[in-house]
Design a protein around this ligand. Structure first.
Ligand code: KG4
Ligand code: ZN
Length: 348
């Protein structure tokens, strides 16, 4: 059973062909990175325009690489940017109609979970899932038959968003996450103690806006304007350029920021795994690429599965993989399918 998967929920136009939810025959991702970079974040109007431009060539490439008959088409229904979701959904409907194949709607977060199950089919449910990206920082308990319970989430910024905002205010190029991860090992993670947010209501919810503001205050208190401007002026900076323009005190600040974010995430992994007696843990989403997070997670006494970096960030192979069990269970979408910008996984 070959499923063509489409993903256009944010700033990546992606298409992939996956057999039986397991074998990736092709996975093409066209990133809009260059378009949004100068704005320091995703601009929704530009994103939909770029999806329109990219969708046909991306799908053609995925189909050509796979070179197999397609039995169904799967598409991300949400959550995401409404205009971006519409491009993928409209294309998927047209494809389903023209090729007379079933249409399957996929929740983007279920896709991230399947990015792990695709490569680690031995992962058994129930499992604890942490989806941590530029748009999400959510903990779920995943059970068989598509049942998900939301355990906690960020109240404000997602972890990836915090990385990107801190990266931007320290003068690093967008997205800041990968750069801060590369620089963190050069600093002392215990140098700066960030105050942890106290949560009303669900005390295991997270907040990352406080730590971002704390970094901003430190840049002011330490008078870092000149060093930040030096980094901003760099053209095509390499890691060596960044190391040459980042003083030790700033490396310490970055290491401490990374340490705090990882600790906020993994302390909850520990609590949920113990309280709910879950030994299988899935970590997915762009921030799952973080080397520090992976290393710290591996030291925990659970079966922790991460996707390879290509499947950690947004892609369509995870959408085609998530669609397969839905198809087997008879969950087909009608041709009047609409995007859901706030599609919750617990309703999926
Ligand atoms: O999953 P993704 O591609 O898109 C969203 O759905 O958001 O995740 C992108 C996010 C960005 O915020 C990026 O900075 C972050 O993932 N990211 C990282 C790393 N690699 C990507 N954050 C921290 N460390 C990394 N190594
Ligand atoms: Zn995502």
């Amino acid at each position: 059973m070959n499923i063509l998967g489409l993903e256009t929920s944010c700033d990546e136009t992606a298409a992939a062909v996956v057999t039986d939810g397991r074998q990736v025959l092709s996975s093409v991702v066209s990133s809009q990175f260059d378009i949004h970079e100068r704005f320091g974040g995703v601009v929704p109007e530009l994103a939909s325009r770029e999806h329109l431009r990219a969708i046909v060539p991306v799908v053609e490439q995925a189909l050509a690489q796979a070179n197999v008959p397609i039995h169904a088409v799967a598409v991300t229904q949400g959550p995401g940017l409404i205009g971006s979701l519409l491009v993928g959904i409209t294309f998927a409907k047209a494809y389903a109609l023209a090729k007379k194949v079933p249409l399957i709607a996929v929740n983007h977060l279920e896709g991230h979970i399947h990015a792990v199950l695709l490569e680690h089919p031995e992962t058994e449910l129930p499992a604890l899932a942490l989806i941590v990206s530029g748009g999400h920082t959510h903990f779920y308990r995943c059970e068989p038959n598509f049942r998900y319970e939301l355990l906690s989430r960020t109240r404000d910024d997602a972890a990836g968003e915090a990385y990107d905002k801190v990266g931007k205010l320290l003068g690093y190029k967008y997205p800041g996450g990968p750069t801060l991860d590369l620089l963190a090992p050069y600093g002392n993670p215990r140098a700066v103690k960030f105050t942890r947010s106290k949560m009303s209501g669900n005390s295991l919810d997270l907040s990352f806006s406080g730590i971002k503001t704390a970094v901003l205050r430190l840049t002011e208190a330490r008078n870092m304007t000149a060093e930040i401007a030096t980094r901003r002026a760099l053209r095509e900076p390499t890691l060596a350029d960044y190391l040459a323009t980042t003083p030790k005190a700033t490396l310490d600040l970055i290491a401490s920021f990374q340490y705090t974010v990882i600790d906020e995430l993994l302390s909850r992994v520990r609590i949920f795994a113990e309280d709910l007696d879950l030994t299988n843990v899935i970590v997915s989403g762009g921030v799952a690429c973080n080397v520090g997070l992976r290393a710290a997670a591996r030291r925990l006494p659970y079966n922790i599965a991460f996707p390879t970096p290509q499947l950690s960030t947004d892609n369509a192979a995870m959408i085609a993989a998530a669609a397969y069990p839905r198809f087997l269970a008879g969950h087909l979408a009608a041709l009047d399918l609409r995007p859901k910008a706030n599609f919750s996984l617990t309703m999926a």
